[in-house]
Design a protein around this ligand. Structure first.
Ligand SMILES: [Zn+2]
Length: 277
């Protein structure tokens, strides 16, 4: 038995509908499926009739990350608690499916580390006053920049390339957070943890999100949104709530996947949810 699987199910649903609607994305997953369980499950969700096989693979996938959360119940049943935020789940199950590859090249040919590549699963964006502007923020992120080389005294040129997909986490940071970060003990907390923990709901209509993003010569189509239903969330992001996925299908209709409900529902484009991924 696996509990609280809504974050993993939401992400897998969007990967699966993306593969169903895009032949190039299907091919991308197909090339990964022998070595990557996430890709293979997403493909099974659109081809396999045997739900049992999909559940079995999903359990294998989740056990890689939540083996410490296994509880043995009366009767020898095992329960795995997979409570997690959507962004943290993406980091786990899509580790080998990065959204971006950042390459930094030192201007000094004799540098001990002339070239360095760092992959990232997603871009974490701060949203102020609920104003989501994906293309502006994305272009700023991939802009060519320069940084100091930590291996020699020269500069490094940094370029960021997007891959087959782009995952974006949306964070709404309270404006007073800046004040609280100046206190001594919070300074040692990594910024990504602050973002995870002090983020407010982002209320946005599905249809107000940008449908296309252009990055260089590539155009990315919006395929889906993961929304959070947390009830009493007051500035704290935690996974103790419920995630659903809304897929923007090839026919330009929104469909909602909710693992608490038996069947897929059509979603209204004017629905306002707390969009998290
Ligand atoms: Zn260098």
């Amino acid at each position: 038995m696996i509990s609280n699987t809504c974050s993993v199910d939401s992400i897998l649903s969007i990967l699966a509908t993306s593969a169903a609607d895009s032949s190039s994305y299907r091919k991308y997953l197909y090339n990964l499926k022998e070595t990557n369980l996430t890709a293979s499950i997403a493909l099974q969700m659109i081809t396999e009739k045997k739900v049992k096989q999909i559940y079995y693979n999903r359990a294998l996938l989740l056990l890689q990350f939540f083996s410490s959360k296994v509880q043995t119940l009366v009767g020898g049943f095992k329960l795995i608690d997979t409570t997690n935020t959507a962004a943290s789940m993406v980091n786990k199950i899509m580790d080998e499916m990065p959204s971006f590859v950042k390459t930094s090249v030192c201007n000094n040919n004799f540098c001990s580390v002339p070239m360095l590549e760092v992959k990232s699963t997603q871009l974490s964006l701060n949203v102020y006053d609920g104003q989501i502007n994906l293309s502006r923020d994305l272009l700023a992120y991939i802009e060519i920049s320069e940084e100091n080389c930590s291996f020699c005294v020269n500069k490094r040129s940094v370029t960021v390339a997007a891959t087959e997909h782009i995952m974006i986490e949306l964070n709404s940071i309270p404006s007073d957070l800046e004040l609280s970060t100046s206190t001594g003990n919070i300074e040692i907390v990594p910024l990504h943890l602050i973002k995870q923990n002090f983020t407010q709901p982002i209320k946005a209509k599905l249809d107000n999100l940008e449908k296309f993003l252009t990055v260089g010569d590539k155009t990315y189509k919006l395929r889906g949104v993961v929304s959070f239903f947390g009830g009493e969330r007051r500035g704290l992001r935690n996974a103790m709530g419920h995630y659903t996925a809304s897929a923007f299908r090839g026919n330009h209709k929104w469909e909602t996947y909710d693992d608490m409900k038996k069947k897929v529902e059509n979603a209204r484009a004017s629905t306002t949810n707390d969009e998290e991924l």
